[in-house]
Design a protein around this ligand. Sequence first.
Ligand SMILES: Cc1ncc(C[n+]2csc(CCOP(=O)(O)OP(=O)(O)O)c2C)c(N)n1
Ligand code: SF4
Length: 307
Amino acid sequence: MTKQKKKPKIYDYFKETEDPYAGGVAWCPGCTLELTARFVPKVLGNDIILVGCPCCAAPVLYGQNLGTWHRLSYFSSLMTGVASSATGISRYYRKIGRDATVVCFTGDGCSADVGFQPLSGAAERNERIIYITYDNEGYMNTGYQRSSTTPMGASTSTTPAGTISHGKPTPAKNVPLLMAMQGAAYAATATLSHLDDFARKLTKARQKIKEGFVYIHVFSPCVMGWRIEADMSIQVCRMAVRTNYFPLWEAENGRFRLTHEVSSPKPVQEYLRLIRKFSHLKETEINEFQQMVDRKYAVIKRLCVTE
Ligand SMILES: Cc1ncc(C[n+]2csc(CCOP(=O)(O)OP(=O)(O)O)c2C)c(N)n1
Ligand code: SF4
């Protein structure tokens, strides 16, 4: 009888036991950005160089007054220069013969909009960097404005639901798909409700960076901007996956694969009703939202190869 391969446990992926962050940090309670920022070095290790910019991550990573809340190496760039700064750092270390893992860590406003050109350039040049976007679907640090990854219908401070505007009128830009289409060595989606999947993808990122550009897009609910309770953020992540609103997939050198296929997806309404930024949506708009989710999922599904 052939022995079945044992499924790795989450701790098997952990490289580090020492948490490089302070116990108390300046993020909102229940923020998934905090959990992502803590999880990434657990798997990638503390010997990484983080590159970031102004965003909700910055108060902790960059620090305030005379202190920071972590012991990682951190380089702060402008929002327009994260991927290009990371390119310089990565190339410099390779030139002096040192193996450095350069990890960009930004919000979606940077990767999808303000810093998209250097991100796209780095992907096209196949730079040896790992770029992680925590996607809270808006510019949260500056007051919950819409970004190009804000979904259609969401109420934000610049697309408020009211008598004139009824939420964002256009659908979200699919940045991970664009990165995969640009030929990234590895592109993937991840979220905190599926930690094994996330950990496996980070582990793979570590290997694939030797070949070239790696992009991981992390679905990250924002308790303040989305108007959810602090203890609900993981439930929201889980429902995003269960409804196919946020499918989990990876693309290795252009070969797509669903990493967690949902057998009977729930209606997207069950996701929408958890989040107050969608509470104004009427039945017709929820139906349109469902169609949009189905269309986006069908695109990914058709791109997937059967093993
Ligand atoms: C070029 C430039 N434009 C605008 C700003 C102002 N700004 C600072 S933080 C921020 C929001 C960043 O949003 P995002 O990248 O989505 O991260 P989040 O705040 O959601 O964590 C903006 C617009 C800036 N610092 N630089
Ligand atoms: S505003 Fe949102 S993304 Fe920013 S720290 Fe608070 S919960 Fe996190």
